[in-house]
Design a protein. Structure first.
Length: 400
């Protein structure tokens, strides 16, 4: 049977071919595993647009499956675009419990988790990480953080806020933090700590390489024709010590750092260390599935089992579609992937320690724009660089 799948499109285009080789590798691998089935993959869609979903991707003429951000899952359920998921038993691997929770709404499961994502600090020089106690010990005005914290489409600031909230108040406090922000009450202590953290991005010239909207190209650019963004050059010449963002963005630092050892930190802002976990998951198109043949339904189930399996996650993350292969630093949500990679790639050992304590982000999509503007107005404040020597900076607890 022939099926069509919309893959989550926002991953690094390492082969610089608009993810053609990525999609073809998935198609060929699936057909090799299941010779009676074929799959057509597409990344030409917007996973955050209800209009796209209804008119194209999850409409009657759309795809059989789509890989979506579970942050958007409740909208898809409310619009009746997707079906509850039948029990699909993975042949290998144990999915992180928080990833599974992200696919549940009112006790019903609607998606099969495939990838995780989260904001981390990353360095290409182990010396900056090895004796890590407090962030202030790593940074000087000459060596700052680079990253992307003020992107209104990525909503990094509210996500960092919620990440910090569970670090201070514990794993079960997230909904409380969301409810307080909904009524316009940001947490004063967290705002102080968040402001301090973001101000570590300010260099000797006064430019904030994470937050200043006037600094162009202040994050890793995955445009294959533009390999030399500000942050790219700063990392290579040592002016920027750490980069902030999703782990997969580290692969876009061209060209000298590609083979260097990557080190990863989740910067806790409190006594706990609970990274915020974003999850992608495969969902079934209700409009097509209810009218399709039994053969195609079998192909859909087979693809879900194949795509989320440990064997294929391993191949995809290790970049076996590229010549030579190159690690993508994507985050599978299968625990066994990390236990087997702990000696092969120490960055995954570090990430695994964090993921076991992660907290998935619930559905706050409709409120993100409000949260972003509220926090920029009432929470985040530029401060003097001397605050890095404050009592708080010296006593940050970064335990795993």
């Amino acid at each position: 049977a022939d099926i069509k799948v919309a893959l989550y499109p926002y991953i690094p285009d390492l082969a610089s071919d608009k993810l053609y080789s990525y999609g073809k590798f998935i198609q060929d691998s699936f057909h090799q595993k299941y010779p009676s089935h074929t799959v057509e993959t597409t990344m030409d869609w917007d996973p955050y647009s209800l209009e796209d979903m209804s008119e194209k991707t999850l409409g009657e003429e759309g795809c059989d499956l789509a890989e979506v951000d579970t942050l958007f899952l409740k909208k898809l359920v409310d619009e009746k675009f997707i079906l509850p998921l039948e029990s699909i038993t993975l042949k290998q691997g144990t999915i992180f419990s928080e990833a599974l929770k992200s696919t549940e709404i009112d006790g019903v499961t609607y998606g099969l988790p495939t990838l995780g994502c989260g904001n981390y600090l990353m360095a290409f020089d182990l010396a900056y990480i090895a004796n890590y106690n407090a962030l202030s010990g790593l940074l000087t005005p000459e060596r700052v953080i680079g990253g992307k914290m003020n992107d209104d489409s990525g909503f990094y600031l509210p996500m960092m806020y919620f990440d910090g909230y569970v670090d201070i108040y514990g794993k079960d406090s997230l909904q409380e933090g969301i409810n307080k922000l909904k009524v316009g009450e940001p947490d004063e202590e967290l705002c102080k700590r968040l402001s301090w953290f973001i101000n570590q991005c300010t260099d000797h010239s006064g430019q904030n390489k994470c937050f200043d909207k006037n600094v162009p190209n202040n994050y890793i650019n995955d445009d294959p024709d533009d390999h030399h963004t500000n942050l790219d050059r700063d990392i290579q010449n040592g002016k920027t010590t750490l980069m902030f963002g999703f782990t997969e963005t580290s692969t876009m630092v061209y060209p000298t750092n590609l083979q260097k050892r990557l080190s990863v930190i989740h910067p806790s802002l409190g006594q706990f260390n609970h990274p915020l976990l974003f999850v992608d998951a495969l969902v079934i198109n209700r409009a097509k599935f209810e009218k399709t043949t039994n053969d195609k339904k079998e192909a859909i189930r087979d693809f879900m089992t194949f795509y989320a399996s440990l064997d294929f996650r391993r191949s995809l993350v290790n970049g076996e579609d590229m010549k030579p292969p190159h690690v993508r630093y994507l985050l599978p949500v299968i625990e066994e992937f990390y236990t087997e990679h702990q000696q092969q790639n120490l960055a995954y050992k570090e990430i695994y320690a964090y993921l076991r304590n992660a907290v998935h982000i619930p559905d706050v999509y409709d409120d993100l724009e409000y949260f972003q503007h509220l926090l920029e107005k009432d929470c985040y404040k530029f401060e003097e660089k001397s605050c890095a020597n404050s009592y708080f900076a010296e006593n940050l607890d970064h335990k795993k």
